[in-house]
Design a protein. Structure first.
Lengths: 258, 309
């Protein structure tokens, strides 16, 4: 049996587990849609004031809330690993024919798909119900969002590697969502952030995805405008992967939820 | 012929605690090796090293000639391992749990279905196959846990205390299945601290105590070699001095006297004790068994060693 087939078996298994408890996946979609309904009117004046006379507020709030909620992926990935410890199935996986690399791929790849579907649904909802107008090339969003979601998924693996307990990983996931969302310009328009926040924003993946999203949605630009953000996000994913590779110990005893 | 399991000079420490101190073992096709020892003796450390989950500090482990440390994935493909803690996916059904691990082991389509059906039937789980694991009783979960380890018909089976917490039916089904696996040619390493299970299985035995194999062989040979009948006298308070003088093995309030004729020895001891017999709480005859083998080798009763661990 080849490695690809084993990874396929692991991916299908992870999706089966997710289907049995879809709450977390629903939160990825429901949370930003609720926030969009509340916050859209607030951001119209802010966008108009920053030189986008045509804006209705959806151009900030729809991608911003989608990017913020996407940070839940970090928690979902860490949960996928910590739950195996809680269920005492981690050693069973390790004792199977699957290699450590296959197990990590099989457990994290499904969340790449989940993240991309989340963006498709939330942006689609924004277009259908909140008057979101994507002025630029929609195709440009594909590499940008793929790189962003990949960086979050790999960050989830790195957080798993660094944390000993599920509570530690959970704390990082939730505080990371708020802090990265705020500093990265997902919660409020980047132009309105204080100077210190604008200075540190580029260390967050959220800043780079929002920069690309703004360029395509608000400024009507295409692929050329997302090249830099996409490459930086790929670089961040590589950095997180390096941390994960260095720190992930398969025989670590982790404290799971269950 | 290459043994299915060949363990040579394995050592493992956790900080300053020595878990395994130079363990040698071999297990051939169609045999059951009972890994016996009190809690904390090193059984789980040994089994997890054989399963490729932990690296030994020294020594080698070969499974069908494959070095477990160097070629772990290849070795693991022929191992079926049931850890000590019950590990199942609670939100999935019984069949889904078993199917997943069968698929991960490389089984497909018709063969996968047939193997899953067979193992569910063998462990009395066919009626429960669509039930979620979270709705199973403790014994049923233990059977599911064991089914997962065996569904791909591994050549080397590692069962770490499989009957811990199991009900009578579960225990009987697991023992029957273990015997059948060996009859089909698998090598089984069966770790337990229940001596009578090994006697029931007719397994060969490796006694582990404080990280070392202190005795090894088939039950009959070990019992014949080390097992002697002993008379055990338990007192309220200290053992009277007269018994110490008679050469009894004294352990707190218990005195043990090896003897070929326990009835005569008991009568003699009661006469010797005289008025001190008033503090006698009980007399027990310990027949030759694995328990008396352990007593003979370590100087401690298996039961008390287990409590002390």
């Amino acid at each position: 049996m080849n490695a690809a087939r084993r990874v396929g078996v692991l991916v299908a298994h992870e999706l089966r587990l997710a289907r049995r408890d879809p709450t977390a996946i629903l939160v990825l979609v429901v949370f930003p849609v609720i926030m969009m309904a509340f916050l859209k009117p607030v951001f119209r004046p802010a966008l108009v004031e920053t030189g986008h006379a045509h804006a209705n507020g959806a151009e900030q709030v729809v991608p911003g809330q989608a990017a913020m909620a996407a940070f839940f992926l970090v928690s979902m990935v860490t949960f996928a690993f910590f739950a195996e410890h809680g269920w005492a199935t981690w050693d069973r996986l390790r004792a199977s024919a699957a290699t450590p690399r296959e197990i990590v791929l099989g457990k994290s790849l499904p969340f790449l798909g989940v993240g991309l579907v989340q963006f498709a649904v939330v942006l689609g909802t924004g277009v259908a119900f909140f008057g979101l107008d994507v002025r630029g090339d929609v195709v440009a969003l594909v590499p940008l969002l793929t790189a962003f979601v990949a960086s979050l998924v790999v960050l989830g693996v790195a957080v798993t590697a660094l944390c000993r307990t599920a509570q530690q990983a959970n704390a990082f996931g939730y505080s990371g969502m708020v802090v990265f969302g705020a500093i990265g310009g997902a919660f409020v328009p980047f132009a309105l952030l204080p100077a210190w926040a604008r200075t540190v924003a580029p260390v967050t993946p959220t800043y780079w995805v929002m920069r690309g999203l703004r360029a395509v949605i608000l400024d009507g630009r295409g692929l050329a405008a997302v090249v830099t953000p996409t490459l930086v996000l790929v670089g961040m994913a590589a950095l997180f992967a390096g941390v994960a590779l260095r720190r992930l110990r398969f025989d670590d005893k982790k404290v799971g939820w269950a | 012929m290459i043994p299915l399991l060949d363990v040579r000079g394995v050592r493992k420490s956790y900080g300053r605690t020595v878990a395994l101190d130079g363990v040698d073992l071999t297990v051939g096709e169609g045999t059951i090796l009972g890994l016996l020892g009190p809690n904390g003796a090193g059984k789980t450390s040994l089994v997890s090293i054989v399963a490729g989950l932990r690296r030994p500090d020294a020594g080698t482990v070969r499974v069908a000639g494959i070095d477990v440390t160097r070629e772990a994935p290849r070795a693991r493909s022929i191992i079926g391992y049931a850890p000590q803690d019950t590990g199942v996916y609670s939100s999935l059904g019984v069949r889904e749990n078993v199917r997943f691990f069968a698929a991960l082991a490389g089984l497909r389509r018709g063969e996968l279905r047939a193997r899953v059906d067979a193992i569910l039937h063998a462990l009395g789980l066919d009626e429960l196959s669509e039930r979620r694991a979270s709705q199973l009783s403790g014994g049923e979960r233990r059977r599911l846990h064991t089914a997962i380890a065996l569904v791909h018909r591994p050549r080397l089976v590692l069962l770490d205390e499989p009957t811990t917490g199991a009900d009578v039916r579960t225990r009987a089904e697991i023992l029957t299945l273990v015997r059948a696996l060996a009859d089909d040619g698998s090598a089984v390493v069966y770790s337990t601290h229940y001596l009578h299970e090994i006697e029931e299985l007719g397994a060969s035995v490796a006694f582990i105590d404080r990280g070392r194999v202190v005795a090894q062989g088939d039950v009959a040979r070990l019992v014949a070699h080390h097992g002697t009948t002993a008379l055990e006298l338990t007192f309220d308070g200290d053992v009277p001095h007269i018994l110490r003088a008679d050469g009894a093995l004294v352990d707190g309030s218990v005195a043990r006297i090896p003897t070929d004729d326990p009835a005569a020895t008991a009568a003699h001891m009661l006469r010797e004790l005289g008025s001190a017999a008033g503090s006698l709480r009980g007399i027990e005859v310990i027949r030759p068994s694995l328990e008396s083998v352990f007593l003979s080798i370590t100087g401690r009763r298996y039961e008390s060693a287990e409590h002390a661990a």
